[in-house]
Each structure stands twice: as structure tokens, then as C-alpha cells.
Design a protein around this ligand. Structure first.
Ligand code: AMP
Length: 123
């Protein structure tokens, strides 16, 4: 197959949001990531922290992505503080369809202002 006939790589929903092609309520952004409100919140506070790089799943991340992953974890804490939920929040990453992943562009769910069960990780 010549290069011309190769299919164009599809942009993810989150890349379209990052590029401003789809609107979203932005909470925070920097050169590595953006944070938006989840369109269908599962807790009174529910935001998504998304790297600009479209890593499909956490399991697809490599050592090359270490700085991005570390950045996301530090920002998750800062954003929780910004949103006033740093005393109690839950950080969720769904990896794969059977784990509930629907958008194949890595993202961290930050959920707060809700009392979560100690007994299980189900939301
Ligand atoms: P996951 O199921 O872990 O892949 O999470 C995807 C999340 O993206 C879900 O919580 C959706 O509610 C959320 N979502 C889907 N479309 C949008 C959108 N246009 N803006 C904000 N959040 C979205």
C-alpha cells in the first residue's frame, strides 16, 4: 500500500477537545495536559485530567511517557486542591473496555464531594 492510501489516523474525542474542535468546560491546562468537567458526572465533583499526548490506554504507556504520567499525578493533587476536594477524592483510570473505558485516550477521573465506600472500588 502506498503512503497516500494509508488511512488517516483518527483523532480521539479528547484530542478534538484539546484542539478546541469540540467544546468542554476547562478547569486547568498546561503544556502537558488539560482538565475538563466530565459531561456526565458520577459525583458532585467529576473532572477528567487528560494528557495532550493521545496514549490510548495506561497499559500502552512506555518509559518514554514517565514524565507525562508523573506530571498527571502531581496535577491531580493540585487540581483536587483547586476544587476543594483534596481531603477526600478518588482517582480512577479505566483501562480497556471491560474495565469501563469508553474513550481510548488516557485520562484520570478525579471524583469528589461524595462519600465513597471503604468496602469496594465500585463507584
Ligand atoms: P471512560 O469511560 O473511563 O473512558 O471515561 C470517559 C469519560 O468521558 C466518561 O466519564 C464520559 O462521561 C466523559 N465524556 C464523554 N464525552 C465527553 C465530552 N464531550 N466532554 C466531557 N466529558 C466527556
Amino acid at each position: 500500500m502506498s503512503e497516500e492510501t494509508l488511512p488517516m489516523s483518527e483523532e480521539t474525542l479528547f484530542t478534538k477537545i484539546i484542539n478546541g474542535d469540540i467544546p468542554a468546560e476547562r478547569i486547568y491546562e498546561d503544556e502537558v495536559c488539560i482538565c475538563i468537567k466530565d459531561i456526565s458526572p458520577q459525583a458532585p465533583t467529576h473532572v477528567l485530567l487528560i494528557p495532550r499526548k493521545p496514549i490510548p490506554r495506561l497499559a500502552d504507556a512506555t518509559a518514554e511517557d514517565q514524565v507525562i504520567l508523573g506530571h498527571l499525578m502531581v496535577k491531580a493533587g493540585e487540581i483536587a486542591r483547586l476544587l476543594g476536594v483534596d481531603e477526600a477524592f478518588r482517582l480512577v483510570v479505566n483501562n480497556g473496555a471491560d474495565a469501563g473505558q469508553t474513550v481510548f485516550h488516557l485520562h484520570l477521573h478525579i471524583l469528589g464531594n461524595k462519600t465513597f465506600s471503604e468496602q469496594g472500588l465500585g463507584l
